[in-house]
Write a protein that binds this ligand. Structure first.
Ligand SMILES: [Mg+2]
Length: 173
């Protein structure tokens, strides 16, 4: 079976949505995904730089992330034909390791935990495909990189792009 490595934040979990929600509450702002088109959080508002570190230091941050629409269903379907690995960079925020693990066990309980990979630099990953929202991760990857659309990457060109999990399914099945 061919192997698909799947990123976590912004591919199966709504990471930036949660950051916006917490930030809006705290600063009485009304930022939405629309404000984030083509931008990173810090480019939208410099105050995110300190705040994101604070949000992520809280264990409940990762536990409360919403699951991206259709990702559970499609990954379950793909796992009949491909080896699925969830590959997430967790070393910048070591406090995220345990909550990320618990989140995966809760929402992707059909995957074996041996298929969870918590890493630093994703260029070490050997798989046939990498599905990720961050262009630099795809750049360093030796297999076929596929860009999953997130608000910050809408202007990126030069990658095979999928906009949602229905498109992921159509690409692989
Ligand atoms: Mg990501």
């Amino acid at each position: 079976m061919k192997r698909i490595a799947i990123d976590m934040d912004e591919v199966i979990s709504y990471f930036s949505a949660k950051c916006l929600e917490l930030f809006n509450e705290e600063f009485q702002e009304r930022y939405t995904d629309q404000h984030l088109q083509g931008k990173k959080l810090m480019e939208l508002d410099a105050r995110f730089e300190k705040k994101v570190d604070q949000y992520l230091a809280n264990e409940s941050f990762f536990l409360e992330l919403e699951v991206i629409k259709d990702s559970q269903k499609v990954i379950k379907e793909l796992s009949a034909y491909y080896e699925i690995y969830i590959v997430t960079a967790a070393m910048e925020f070591p406090a995220s390791l345990a909550p990320k693990y618990r989140w995966l066990k809760k929402h992707f309980s059909f995957l074996n935990e041996k298929n969870f990979v918590f890493c630093g630099d994703k260029s070490i990953i050997l798989a046939d495909y990498l599905l990720d929202d961050t262009p630099s991760n795809l750049e360093a990857f030796q297999g076929k990189g596929i860009l999953f659309t997130a608000p910050h990457n809408v202007n990126e060109t030069g990658y095979t792009r999928v906009n949602n999990w229905k498109e992921v399914k159509a690409y692989f099945l």
